[in-house]
Design a protein around this ligand. Structure first.
Ligand SMILES: Cc1cc2nc3c(=O)[nH]c(=O)nc-3n(C[C@H](O)[C@H](O)[C@H](O)COP(=O)(O)O)c2cc1C
Length: 163
């Protein structure tokens, strides 16, 4: 099994669920939850999140221990905010730009904006992902079988990239 880390940011739990299910599919891969100093809870948090994403405001991340260069691949999972990736994920990718060996991306969203998110993520870390996957929030919450099958396939694709 390859040496894979899953890093994610989640405001309301959808992307957290994706990261957790993916970790199971990847032989209990380690998971890093990205946290920022700003509170995004409630309606005000929602409005602030949209504003910060639209204005490309840089998030301040809470510190973490992991040395990202120790992993063959980091799978980065983000919710789509205002047709781009969430600011904490973009801040993480910029910060770890030189440490990341290989990346794969997952976006969760309600309808549209994954392309913009993946583009911004690639630019932030300076490399193309070995695989991408887009999942719809309702389907994740409802354990939609096709969505779970997509996650299975994605896990296999990521592992195959290092076979
Ligand atoms: C501020 C904000 C902006 C959003 N913008 C979009 C968007 O542009 N397109 C979309 O399809 N969903 C959008 N969403 C919905 C989220 O991407 C979606 O519900 C996601 O799965 C939430 O993940 P989380 O529960 O891990 O935070 C937005 C949500 C928030 C809070």
């Amino acid at each position: 099994m390859s040496n894979i880390l899953i890093a994610y940011y989640s405001r309301t739990g959808v992307t957290r669920k994706v990261a957790t299910v993916l970790a199971e599919r990847l032989d209990d891969a380690p998971v890093l939850e990205l946290k920022e100093t700003k509170d995004r809870g409630g309606v005000l948090g929602y409005i602030g999140a949209g504003k910060d994403a639209l204005l490309h405001k840089k998030a301040k991340l809470v510190g973490y221990e992991q040395d990202l260069s120790a992993f063959d691949c980091v799978v980065i999972c983000t919710p789509v905010w205002a047709f781009t990736a969430s600011p904490p994920v973009l801040a993480f990718l910029e910060k770890e730009r030189t440490a990341l060996t290989t990346v794969a991306f997952i976006a969760t969203m309600s309808a549209k904006g994954d392309k913009g998110a993946f583009k911004a993520m690639g630019e932030a870390c300076g490399q193309d992902p070995v695989a991408t996957l887009t999942l719809i929030d309702r389907a994740v919450k409802g354990d939609n079988p096709a969505t779970m099958a997509d996650l299975d396939r994605f896990a296999k694709d990521v592992v195959a990239a290092f076979a």
